[in-house]
Structures are given as C-alpha cells and as structure tokens.
Design a protein around this ligand. Sequence first.
Ligand code: UD1
Ligand code: UDP
Length: 400
Amino acid sequence: MSPLPFPDPVGTGSSRPLRVAVVLGTRPEAVKLAPVVRALDAAPGFESLVINTGQHREMLDPMLHRLQLTTHHSLEVMRDRQELSALTARLIEGLGEVLRYEEPDLVMVQGDTSSTLCGALAAFYERIPVAHVEAGLRSGVLDNPFPEELNRRLVSKLTRWHFAPTERAGAELRAEGIPADNVHVTGNTVIDNLLWVRHRGVGRSAFRTGRRGVLVTLHRRENQGDRMRAMAATLLRLARRGDVEILLPVHRSPAVRDVLEGALGHDPHITLTEPLDYFDFTASLAACELVLTDSGGVQEEAPSLDKPVLVLRTTTERPEVVTTGAARLVGVDPEHIHTEANNLLDDPALYQSMAEAPSPFGDGYAARRIVTRLAEDSAATPVSAPAFPTVPHAISLADW
Ligand code: UD1
Ligand code: UDP
C-alpha cells in the first residue's frame, strides 16, 4: 500500500474528541448521512460538524429539519439551472474556506454528487483524510449515470476509509487496487434511516384514491429532454388502464419540471406533487403497489418494503437488487417500460416473486459499523456493532 500523501491525525492517541466534518448538499446525502451523524453524536470521543453546501435548497432544508440534522455551516451554492462547472467551482472554494477555518480531523462524504466530489477534493487539498460512505458503486460506464460514475471513481482516489454498502461494492474497490484494510462492508445507511423513521411512525401517503398505487420518480440528467418526454407519454398510457393511480412527486430541477408538469399535469389518474417530505414519501412507498424510478435511493428503499421496482435506466451500479430479483433494469425504451409495468400489474405470480425477494442493502446497523471502524482506528472510546450479515438480508418493513 502506498502511504497516504498527508499526515493521518486519526491514531495519534489524542484524548480530545475526533472532529468529523460531514459534508452534504442534496436530498439523498441527507438521508444517508443522518444515521451516521446520529451514531457519531451518540459515540463517546467523536464530535460531528455538519457542512451543508446548499447544492439543493427547497428539497434539502425541510429534510434536514425532519431528520433532526443541525447544520454548522451553510454555503448556499445553488443557482437556478446550475452548470456543473460553475457549481463545482463554488463548492470547492466554499468548502476549502470552511475546512481551513474548522480544521477537522476527518471529512466524511457520501455517494457521488458534486458536493461529494468537492468535499473529498477540498479535504485532500487541506490534507485532511476522507471517509466515503456508500463507496464502491460502479456502473462500468464512465458517463452513465452522468456525472455520478466519474464522481464516485474520483472520490475513491481521494479516500482513506471506504465504507461499502455491499460485498460486491467492496470487491469492486479491492479490484481497483484499494488495500483491503481500507475497505469496510457496512450495509447501506439508507436502511438505518428507514428503520429510524418507522420507529417514529409518522408520515401520510400522498395517494389520493383507492386505485392501485404506482409510485414514480424521475430526475437523472441522462434521462432529461426527449427521453423524459417519451417516459411521460408512457406514464399517460399506463394511467389509461383505469385501475391505477400514478403518484409522481416532481423533482425541483426545472429540466424535470418543465417536461413532467407540461405532459402529465391534467390527467385524473396521475397525481403530481411537490417533492414529498421524507416521512410522507416513505409512507407513500409503503402504500404503493409498484415503483418506477431512476433514483438510486428509492431502488434501495423499495425492496425493504417489499415493493417491486422497475429501474428506468440503461445501466446500474446496484446489480445486487436485480440479482436478488427485487428489481428489473428495464431501460428507457417507452414500449418496453409499458410492457414491463403491465406485466407486473397483471401477473400476480411475477409480482409476488419480486415483492418477496430479499433486500441486499443491509440490516440497519451500517452507521454503527462506520463509527465502530473509525473508533478502532483512532483514540476514541471503542463502540461495537454486529458483524455484517453474509447473506442478502431479508429485512422487511412491509408491515409499516
Ligand atoms: C443532484 C445530483 C444527483 C442526485 C440528485 C438528487 C449532481 C451532479 N447530481 O442532481 O446525483 O441524484 O441531486 O436529487 O450532484 N433545484 C431547485 N431546488 C432544489 C434542488 C434543485 O430549484 O431544492 C434546481 C436548481 O435549478 C438546480 C437544478 O435543480 O440548478 C439541478 O440541481 P443539481 O443539484 O445540479 O442536480 P440534480 O439533478 O438535482
Ligand atoms: N425522497 C423524498 N421525497 C420525494 C422523493 C424522494 O424524501 O418526494 C427521498 C427518497 O426516500 C430517497 C431520496 O429522496 O431517500 C432519493 O433522492 P433522489 O431520488 O433525489 O436521489 P438519488 O438517490 O437518485 O441520488
């Protein structure tokens, strides 16, 4: 293993709390980092410092409140229809300033957004070691999803602790030459959060009618434009079955809004809403029959609630969910999406086999495993977490 290019303050034997700067800027980062912040705050010897880049505004602020996350710094980088290059420049500059001011011992990032990449890069520039949550996801195609596949590969180059959500993700990292000692399979923290919400028992489904619920989310950059227009036409066709209600909380991106609201705003069988509060979204997920999505987080949550997922993309970095049978990668061809959705709605045996497939994303202890590992590598007081289950975990929250 080549030595880290900077001094590693973790392991110095210092008795002061280990200060972990947690960088987040979008909705999924808040969902997946909230359990880690909670675990850090509950563990002796750690201090968390949440840096909100503000990459998302309307979709993130209510989320932070609902997940009881306190922000220590807010950068407010979001602009309407932001370009990746300008967003990246604002993020790097702002994060660099905060890190120089706070001098944390470690920077934690999650996933593959622009905030993730810039958090890791700014930390590298300040010679602060990086921990990456949900490391090792790979679609194998550099520009799909765009730009997330590149982001996650770059972040892996900058990371000291790689927290992989599944055995496969861990194997991807080791195959790329990352030392096995730096790769830790923990499960996905998204499941920790689902359990946390469930124990709070709140949230109202946004379905309005008693028809069969189809929950849809769409936002990926590679699906925008003509592709999204064609998908909207397919949703209209599906709605004409007459026995379903399609619920679609519309992402705040204008590139998504303009298309979906224009195409679907007036159909009585389609319910368009603002992005839902996380508690209401998970309640809607629990209430639906079927999920159509291009979201990463949603395809992880749905199998835990025994809901079959059709993934509206051409590649996946989560093949485990296809292998277990909980999801199908149906691509972006409108005719094929229509056929697959109808098949699931009309074939009870097929539906049952997908609904019963186990979730491969862990058991709800991912955040504790992450903090345990950091404690083991530092002077912090040890904390413990159960071993990662070796078989796909059959956690089912279907009785939500
Ligand atoms: C980003 C992430 C993507 C993630 C998604 C989660 C990048 C490059 N992409 O995509 O990986 O899956 O978030 O949702 O980091 N907007 C608002 N209000 C908001 C949020 C967004 O108005 O609360 C609008 C703005 O006009 C903004 C645009 O949406 O310019 C796009 O936001 P951006 O964060 O650049 O990309 P997403 O498509 O949201
Ligand atoms: N989500 C939400 N309200 C919504 C839609 C999604 O709270 O109206 C949550 C969802 O439960 C999941 C996360 O947002 O945890 C996924 O975010 P998104 O699809 O924007 O990003 P991705 O996971 O694809 O990066």
